[in-house]
Design a protein around this ligand. Structure first.
Ligand SMILES: Cc1ncc(COP(=O)(O)O)c(C=O)c1O
Length: 362
């Protein structure tokens, strides 16, 4: 088996894979209702929320679209805080559905400055919502969401969070940090395959929803809530992934959220220390370096494409490259979900051999 060290999809434990071999059941019957109730309750624990949590069949991007179309109307002003590729995507979705997007961009590799958000909200009081990426997977940066949230809530704005590659791996107490809509995806820290977006919705988000006029059908939270009350989803759910998630969530609760968060911090430190020990530099500002993905800058003649090819073909280790303008400039090691320090040690040992083969001279 290869050591799949990309920031999602992530490796899936055998017990979880086996759960997907279960025969199909009636998604409008009592067995599915029990599973849905169980999975939703477990997700609420891990989201640390008493608000609503919905399972939406779709990838993380679908969850982001759901967050936008359920809370906003065309013409609404939104502040989009971006530090990389996924922040830009979030802003594009809002723009596509007619929001007036006010961008607040930070250099890629750096984190968001909460004071800059305060200034932006002072300049434009009509802003309705703030869109933030908690963990920017493209640059390996985790924003200080607690500080961002306290600024956003000073102004009583809606806080809509892409936590696709952080929730369940990095601390994010949804209610304590007053996050109104939070989106994650099954293929990230949740040790399950891709196919489900999981989304929390606060009371304030429901209020916004009651007047939100962006077009929506498939993603409508009103329908999701109405059906959940009867133990169903509005549309046919991706049953096999729900079976998988039921098992992975059980494993997560057994390990306990504080232990999971501590393990991710340890593994990430091993990744950062490891790459630095090889003479490489981190791309992200280390103060905000992510505990789920480490971005490494190419330097000293390193040909990232060649390095990834040799790693994959000769060492069965799969790393990610950079996205968009970061293509060829960085590579990324994913360490979220089902991961231990040994998985990262194997990456560092292989890199030691492969770096000189891929042109790195230090
Ligand atoms: C932070 C972040 N946002 C959004 C996405 C998009 O999710 P998906 O590919 O599941 O649509 C990803 C996926 O890598 C991500 O890491």
């Amino acid at each position: 088996m290869e050591n799949l060290r990309i920031p999602g999809p992530t490796p899936v434990p055998d017990e979880v894979l086996q759960a997907m071999a279960k025969p199909m059941i009636n998604h409008r019957g009592p067995e599915f209702a029990r599973i849905l109730e169980d999975v939703t309750a477990k997700l609420k624990q891990l989201f640390q929320t008493k608000g609503d949590v919905f399972l939406l069949t779709g990838s993380g991007t679908g969850g982001l679209e759901a967050a936008i179309v359920n809370t906003l109307s065309p013409g609404d002003k939104v502040l989009s805080v971006t530090v990389g590729v996924f922040g830009e995507r979030f802003a594009s979705i809002a723009e596509q559905f007619g929001a007036e997007v006010i961008p607040l961009r930070f250099e890629w590799g750096k984190a968001t400055d909460a004071d800059a958000i305060r200034r932006a909200l002072q300049v434009e009081p009509k802003i309705k919502a703030v869109l933030v990426t908690h963990n920017e997977t493209s640059t390996g940066v985790t924003n200080d969401l607690a500080s961002i949230s306290s600024v956003v809530k000073e102004f009583d704005k809606l806080l809509v969070v892409d936590a696709i590659s952080s929730l369940g791996s990095i601390e994010l107490p949804v209610d304590d940090w007053h996050c109104d809509v939070v989106v994650t995806g099954s293929q990230k820290g949740w040790m399950a395959p891709p196919g489900l977006a999981m989304v929390s919705v606060s009371q304030e988000a429901w209020q916004a929803h009651s007047t939100a006029r962006m077009p929506r059908f498939y993603w409508d939270f009103t329908k999701a809530k109405k059906y959940l009350e009867t133990g169903q989803t509005p549309w046919t759910p991706v049953l096999s992934i729900v079976f998988a998630l039921a098992v992975s969530l059980e494993m997560m609760l057994k390990e306990g959220l504080p232990s999971i968060i501590a393990r991710h911090a340890r593994v990430a430190k091993a990744a950062r220390d490891g790459v630095k020990s090889l003479g490489l530099s981190l791309f992200a500002d280390e103060k905000y370096a992510s505990n789920t993905v480490t971005a490494v800058a190419a330097s000293d003649g390193l040909d990232i494409k060649k390095m990834r090819k040799i790693l994959s073909e000769e060492h069965k280790i799969v790393l990610s490259g950079g996205q968009q303008s970061l293509d060829g400039k960085i590579f990324r090691i994913g360490h979220l979900g089902w991961v231990t320090e040994d998985d990262i040690k194997a990456v560092i040992s292989a890199l030691k051999v492969v770096l000189p083969q891929a042109g790195f001279r230090k």
